[in-house]
Ligand binder design. Structure first.
Ligand code: M6R
Length: 373
C-alpha cells in the first residue's frame, strides 16, 4: 500500500492532488457548485438558517477556523467555531436557525459526537424547529454521519498516519463548496464570484502538485530544526489557522514545542520568545495583509529569530541573507491560498521528524481516532 513511500504520512501528503479531484468529482459543474451535493434536503434546510456553528477537534478544528474567515468575509454569514470538548461542557447558548457543522476525518471523535448530541438535545428541549446538522466526514458509516441530517463525504481515501493531512485538505475543499452553496441560497454570492471560485478549485490539484515539487528545498530547511526545542509559526487572516495547523503537525510528529500566533499579536507577548535559537516560520501570500505581515516580520528579524518565509510568486519578500525565503506556489486566490500554503508545512514537519528519528505514522501517546474523552 505504501508504494514508493517510506511512511503513510508521506504517501498521504502526495495523495492530496487526487484526493481533491475525488472530493470535487460530481459536486461542481463548469461554473457552479451543485447544491444537492449536500443532500436532497440541503436547499430547504440551508434556507432556514441564519448562522453557522462549527464543532470539531484538532486538525478538523483548524479547518473550521479557515471556514469562519470565508463564511463571514465572502458570504456575510455569521460563523462560530469551537473545540468540541469546550463546547460540550460550557453550557453554550444555542440559537434557533443555526446550521451545526461537525467536521471529522473519522466520524468517531467522542467530543465532537457529544457536542452534536448536546445541540440536538437542547434544540428539542427549547422546541427549536430550525436547527440543521451537517457532518463533513471521511468515513461513510460513522457515528457522526448517523447523527446528522446531512452528510458530505470527503473522498480523501483511508488516512492511516495519525497526523492528519489529506483529510484536512479535503475538509477545506468541502467547506469552500458549503460556503458557495450557502451564498447561493442566501443570495450573497454573485454568479461571477462563484464561477471564479470554481475555477480556482479546479486549479487546486495542480497547485498542490506544484507545492509538492519543493520537497527537496523544504528538506534542507528541516535541518535547522533538528536541534531546536521551540518553534513559532506566524500568519494573518486564513494563514493564522494554517499556522496553527503547521505548529500542530510539527508538535505531533517531531515532538518540538511549537506555537502559532496571528502575526499581529507578536508585540502582545510572543516577541519575548524570539532569539537566535528559535525558528520562526511565516506564511506570506500576496494578499491585503502582506504589508502588515512584512512589518511584523521585521520585528522578528531585528531580534535575530531564524526566520523562514513561505511566499508565492507575487509576494516578493526580499531577504538580505539574514533569513530564508521559499516560493512554494504561484499567486493563489482567497480559497486556494490556505490549502496550498499548508502543503510545505506538512512537508516541513515530516522532514523534521525524519531527521529526529521519531515514529512518523504512530507518534508517541497519540491515537488516530480519539473515541474516549
Ligand atoms: O477524526 P477527527 O477529524 O475527528 O479527529 C480530530 C483530531 O483528533 C485529529 O485531527 C488530530 O488532531 C490529528 N492527529 C491531527 O493531526
Amino acid at each position: 500500500e505504501l508504494g514508493n513511500h517510506r511512511h503513510f504520512m508521506h504517501k498521504e501528503i502526495f495523495d492530496q492532488p487526487q484526493a481533491v479531484i475525488d472530493t470535487l468529482q460530481g459536486r461542481i459543474t463548469d461554473k457552479e457548485v451543485i447544491t444537492e451535493a449536500f443532500g436532497f434536503q440541503a436547499a430547504e434546510l440551508f434556507d432556514q438558517i441564519k448562522q453557522v456553528q462549527i464543532v470539531a477537534c484538532g486538525t478538523s478544528y483548524h479547518a473550521g477556523l479557515v471556514a469562519k474567515y470565508w463564511l463571514e468575509d465572502i458570504i456575510r454569514l455569521p460563523c462560530q467555531v469551537e473545540v468540541a470538548s469546550e463546547y460540550r461542557y460550557r453550557n453554550p447558548v444555542l440559537q434557533d436557525h443555526t446550521l451545526v457543522v461537525s467536521l471529522s476525518q473519522s466520524g468517531e471523535t467522542a467530543d465532537t459526537l457529544a457536542a452534536l448530541q448536546l445541540i440536538k438535545q437542547r434544540a428539542q428541549q427549547l422546541d427549536f424547529k430550525h436547527i440543521a446538522s451537517l457532518c463533513i466526514c471521511n468515513v461513510a458509516e460513522s457515528s457522526l454521519t448517523r447523527e446528522s441530517d446531512m452528510t458530505f463525504l470527503t473522498h480523501a481515501g483511508p488516512e492511516i498516519g495519525v497526523a492528519s493531512t489529506k483529510a484536512f485538505t479535503t475538509q477545506l475543499v468541502a467547506l469552500a463548496l458549503l460556503m458557495m452553496v450557502l451564498g447561493k441560497r442566501h443570495k450573497t454570492l454573485s454568479v461571477k464570484r462563484e464561477a471564479a471560485i470554481v475555477a480556482g478549485l479546479k486549479k487546486l490539484p495542480g497547485l498542490i502538485q506544484n507545492a509538492l515539487t519543493h520537497e527537496a528545498a523544504i528538506q534542507q530547511l528541516a535541518n535547522s530544526f533538528a536541534d531546536k526545542h521551540n518553534a513559532l509559526f506566524l500568519g494573518r487572516g486564513t494563514m493564522y489557522p494554517i499556522a496553527l495547523e503547521g505548529a500542530l503537525k510539527l508538535k505531533e510528529i517531531s515532538y518540538i514545542h511549537a506555537e502559532a500566533y496571528p502575526a499581529g499579536e507578536l508585540k502582545h507577548g510572543p516577541l519575548a520568545l524570539v532569539d537566535e535559537m528559535i525558528p520562526v516560520v511565516a506564511i506570506a501570500p500576496h494578499d491585503d495583509l502582506l504589508e502588515k505581515l512584512k512589518s511584523n516580520l521585521q520585528e522578528v528579524n531585528a531580534r535575530g529569530g531564524q526566520m523562514i518565509v513561505f511566499e508565492d510568486e507575487a509576494s516578493n519578500i526580499q531577504s538580505d541573507g539574514s533569513f530564508k525565503v521559499l516560493k512554494t506556489t504561484s499567486n493563489v486566490g482567497r480559497i486556494t491560498a490556505p490549502i496550498t500554503f499548508n502543503i510545505p508545512l506538512q512537508l516541513l514537519a515530516y522532514h523534521v521528524a525524519l531527521i529526529r528519528g521519531t515514529d512518523v505514522d504512530q507518534p508517541r501517546n497519540l491515537a488516530k481516532s480519539v473515541t474516549v474523552e
